[in-house]
Design a protein around this ligand. Structure first.
Ligand SMILES: O=C(O)CCC(=O)C(=O)O
Length: 292
């Protein structure tokens, strides 16, 4: 079901189109042959400002996703490190979260320009790695994520401004049946809503969410492996329980603007420079793994 409220923006731009066209690039006078591939167009950036999210279909190629899926699904450490968060009905959904983007496959992904450069465009300057998490929504038992804004959590980590954003990459195909991401389009413009406990999770004040549901379009974002959703830390989002026979894993890389360095210590890191790697990092890693 898609609900359209009164909050939709009058700006009309093509959804999810990633034009690699010099005329659209904000990085200056660049010949088309020299175009960086990690550039959101002005129209896309305007769309992000308006909607609070952008979808990039096929951010990662099929071979790159195959490498990630094969590695992650066999990674006993990843699953052993997971913990559960119960939704309002008591059903648990699992995640594994880490702060440091290192030299393993997941760390390389979080440092790839195709994510980080886009983040720097959206957040208007240098970003650093805040954390990455693998969301493990398992068949039949994976619980819901209740309505929340990420800044509802991160506000308490000493970030003065909501200058943080996430890039969710679908690892498995995400559909309505297995609990794909749902967003309230444009709801980041509401600003931070109070959050409280719901199950083991931190949920947004439902009185506000109910009104937001009347005024903002509810969008279910179905995604194929390798599709990515960039979203604002004040965007209201949730996902349903996974009642299907199919897993729904996704990798979420989160970033903070360097100029939004937390004013106090917390479970997430203060500013430290992010060392980008080549955009060929997954393929290089796969070649290395095959050779060893
Ligand atoms: O994985 C999901 O369905 C939602 C994840 C989420 O809400 C979050 O990481 O903030």
């Amino acid at each position: 079901m898609t609900r359209r409220g009164h909050g939709s923006c009058i700006l009309r731009v093509a959804r999810g189109i990633h034009r690699q066209d010099a005329a659209w690039c904000t990085l200056g006078q660049i010949e088309p042959t020299q175009m960086p591939t990690n550039c959101f167009t002005d129209a896309e950036r305007a769309q992000y400002e308006c909607d609070g999210y952008l979808i990039v279909r096929g951010l990662f190629g099929a071979d790159e996703m195959q490498t990630l899926i094969e590695h992650a699904k066999a990674d006993a450490e990843l699953t052993a490190g997971s913990y559960q968060r119960r939704d309002a009905s008591g059903m648990g959904t699992k995640l594994t979260l880490w702060n440091h983007a290192g030299d393993d496959l997941y760390g390389l992904i979080a440092r790839m320009p195709r994510i980080v450069d886009r983040m720097e465009q959206l957040l208007g300057g240098e970003v650093y790695h805040w954390h990455t998490k693998m969301m493990l929504k398992e068949p039949h038992v994976g619980g819901a994520w209740e309505w929340h804004q990420d800044y509802g959590y991160w506000y308490d980590n000493g970030c003065l401004y909501p200058l943080l954003a996430s890039c969710l990459t679908a690892v498995d195909r995400a559909s309505r049946a297995n609990g794909c991401l749902q967003v309230l389009k444009g709801s980041h413009q509401i600003g931070r809503i109070d959050h409280g406990k719901t199950g083991d999770q931190t949920g947004a004040d439902m009185e506000r969410v109910e009104v937001a549901l009347e005024r903002h379009e509810l969008v279910y974002i179905e995604a194929d492996p390798g599709d990515a959703i960039f979203f604002h830390s004040n965007l209201l989002h949730r996902s349903d329980q996974n009642t299907s026979p199919d897993p729904r894993w996704s990798l979420i890389c989160c970033y903070n603007a360097a100029r939004n360095n937390p004013y106090k210590e917390s479970r997430h890191p203060i500013y430290h420079p992010l060392e980008k790697v080549a955009d060929s990092a997954i393929r290089d890693w796969a070649r290395g793994a095959a050779a060893s």
